[in-house]
Design a protein around this ligand. Sequence first.
Ligand code: NAI
Length: 348
Amino acid sequence: MKVAVFSAKPHDRAFLAQANEAAGRPHQIQFFETHLDPKTVGLAAGASAVCPFVNDVVDRAVLAELADLGVRLVALRGAGFNNVDLAAAGKLGIRVARVPAYSPWAVGEHAVALMLALNRKLVRAHARTHEGNFALDGLLGFDMHGKTVGLVGLGRIGLVVARILGGFGCRVLGFDPAVGDEFRALGGEAVGLEDLLAGSDIISLHCPLTPETRHLIDAAAVARMKHGVMLINTSRGAVIDTRAVIDGLKSGRVGYLGLDVYEEEGDLFFEDLSEQVLQDDVFARLLTFRNVLITGHQAFFTREALEAIARTTVENISAFERSGAPLHEVTSEKFVCAEEKSKEETIA
Ligand code: NAI
């Protein structure tokens, strides 16, 4: 099948080409660096499937154009689909597939990396040693052992983090409306959100972005936290009210902040903007704090995760070619459509 891959970075080319090769090269894949949007949709001419990424536009207009071009499958390279108008796709006879899960370890391990780097001030220490400054002032950390960590969201990733932190000797609290036995079996204590916020030295967010979790961490939540708390967000930017957390940083209530995601990341992340003037004043303020560590939505970015994403994407396309249905289909009946924004959110 002819497939047009949009927003293709060098790693997408490498991993998708490898997965296609391993499957016996069933598909002819064409890579386009550009995003899929109303201006670029014509590039899909001749393809039966398109493969977009999280910031690509797959709205009603783009889907209508794709249908006219003969495209019958949208194979997303990730789990999230809030950039796709599922209802329009259904009406136009275009099937939509995704990669529901690829590596909870990639994200969980990155969350812990942020915790350790913030605690032991690794970025500052690295810069100092490269300057020939071996003084320890300002680098004082704390033992993870014996600290209380609160996990919001105890799904695949939350459980990985619980397992790792249990190994460190942390006391692990967890809040999830659908908490399962596995968390308790790991020695975790299921608590209410208020108790988690008040009782944790470190809080790490692993819930999806839904109408209920948008700005879950707002000014009131920050006010409930321990003075000097460490807050980690590898879930979705909008789970945090960034301005409220900035106020928390200014007052010292938030002692450390580790972010892999940001509310307005769509305008920033995944691109090299180093030659441009930063226009986002809130993000610029975040960068001024020495106790804030930000990565640009890279928690998912491991070899194993990319292999799994590419393999499942090829499997989705092959299954569609064989039977007319992809392996992991999303439809507007099963999920709330893009216009109504969410139930489940984009995963990288
Ligand atoms: P999952 O679906 O396995 O688990 C999510 C858990 O959150 C579920 O147990 C659910 O019951 C719980 N939850 C739902 N609403 C909640 C609420 N109001 N409060 C507390 N818990 C709530 O999802 P998984 O795979 O663990 O991923 C979690 C999130 O991590 C994703 O939704 C995504 O936002 C983020 N993610 C980030 C990546 C990155 O590269 N930074 C990559 C992959 C996922």
